[in-house]
Ligand binder design. Structure first.
Ligand SMILES: [Zn+2]
Length: 361
């Protein structure tokens, strides 16, 4: 049973998603481009990077054109070739980019920012509360240890610890990102001449996730916060993110600002019907919470692992392995801290200052 609640606004993009091929570079509005950048080796297949060209035509003599690029995507040579080809379709080169805005720190969004900055000289900006993996560089061994300790505390049996926890190589791969030159606060306009694009702080998927509102074009760029079909993972993944699910619900509540706008998500395809999708996401997530409550009420579960085992998973809990199992546990943990914050008695150890982890939708 699936209600059709949203309207696809990019038929070709939708068809490409359905047939599992890369969609084309598209001009969404004059000066607004969508460039799919390959997410190598991941079933999501691509990240939708957006290019917003500042309109400086009004100035006498025409001042230098400024251009924002949102979410450069997963770092790879292939991705770089696709991104630069996409820019050239838009009549641009990396040197034209003034600012690189990243909706959240996951590597399929931030990954190629360093390479693009090097080629363009553009600044990189993240939301003011977003995490950065750079501090892991100093002592990756510590994070490997703490990560394992977290899963041990969650009741994960010893034989599963290797597959759910990150190894030193994983940490090393994820720290290949530089500090952003700018941080963007809620309500701020992104500092690119000729654009009036406002930052909307939407923590949940990550602590510093942001959306961007382009009122003139009636567009809202939602990152991974709202996608047309996929429910974003809201996981207990960060030591300084106390109640990610509580934040996520609050961040759904404020989406009314883009109610009538066309939605430009970072994956899948463009659509309209933001509030219908928001309602669906809320209900889907609350339903999950009710399921967790039922498990708690049964009184048998004593750990995050025990609760996870009792929940419904599309192919069954026993089919979850490795990274997917990790995500499932972190999702369960986010529900437990949420319910505890809502005043429920949750006598299960959930948070013990785990390191900051990357989790993808
Ligand atoms: Zn993503």
């Amino acid at each position: 049973m699936e209600d059709i609640l949203i309207t696809v606004t990019a038929e070709e993009q939708f068809q490409a998603w359905q047939s599992k091929v890369m969609p084309a570079v598209e001009q969404v509005r004059p000066g607004v481009w969508s460039i799919p950048v390959p997410f190598v080796g991941n079933p999501m297949r691509y990240t939708l990077c957006y290019v917003l060209v500042g309109d400086t035509a009004g100035g006498a003599g025409g001042g230098a054109r400024e251009v924002a690029l949102v979410d450069p995507g997963w770092d790879s040579d292939e991705g770089w070739a696709v991104l630069t080809a996409g820019l050239s379709t838009a009549g641009l080169s990396p040197k034209d980019i003034t600012g690189i805005v990243v909706t959240h720190f996951h590597p399929d969004h931030l990954g190629m920012a360093a390479r693009l900055r090097e080629a363009s000289g553009a600044w990189v900006a993240l939301g003011e509360h977003e995490l950065l993996p750079t501090h892991w560089r100093s002592d990756p061994g510590r994070f490997v240890t703490e990560d394992r300790e977290q899963f041990t505390a969650w009741g994960v049996p010893a034989e599963y610890l290797d597959e759910v926890s990150f190894q030193a190589e994983t940490w090393a791969q994820m720290t290949n990102v530089e500090e952003p030159q700018r941080r963007l606060a809620d309500g701020e306009l992104i500092p690119v001449a000729g654009l009036k694009v406002r930052v909307l702080s939407t923590p949940g998927h990550t602590p510093g996730s942001i959306c961007l509102v382009d009122e003139a074009n009636q567009l809202i760029l939602t990152g991974d916060h709202v996608l047309p079909k996929i429910t974003p993972h809201v996981s207990l993944e960060a030591q300084n993110h106390v109640d990610p699910l509580g934040d996520y619900f609050t961040s759904l509540d404020i989406m009314g600002v883009g109610a009538d706008m066309e939605v430009l998500p970072a994956h899948e395809y463009r659509f309209r019907g933001l509030m219908a999708r928001v309602a669906q996401l809320r209900e889907h997530t609350l339903e999950r919470s009710r399921e967790v409550i039922a498990v708690l009420d049964a009184g048998e579960a004593g750990s995050v692992w025990d609760v996870s085992k009792e929940l419904t998973w599309s192919r069954g809990f026993d089919s979850l392995r490795g990274f997917t199992l990790r995500l499932a546990l972190a999702e369960t943990a986010s529900h437990l801290v949420y319910l505890s914050a809502q005043g429920r008695d949750v006598a299960i150890e959930v948070s013990r200052g785990a390191p900051t982890l990357f989790v993808e939708v």
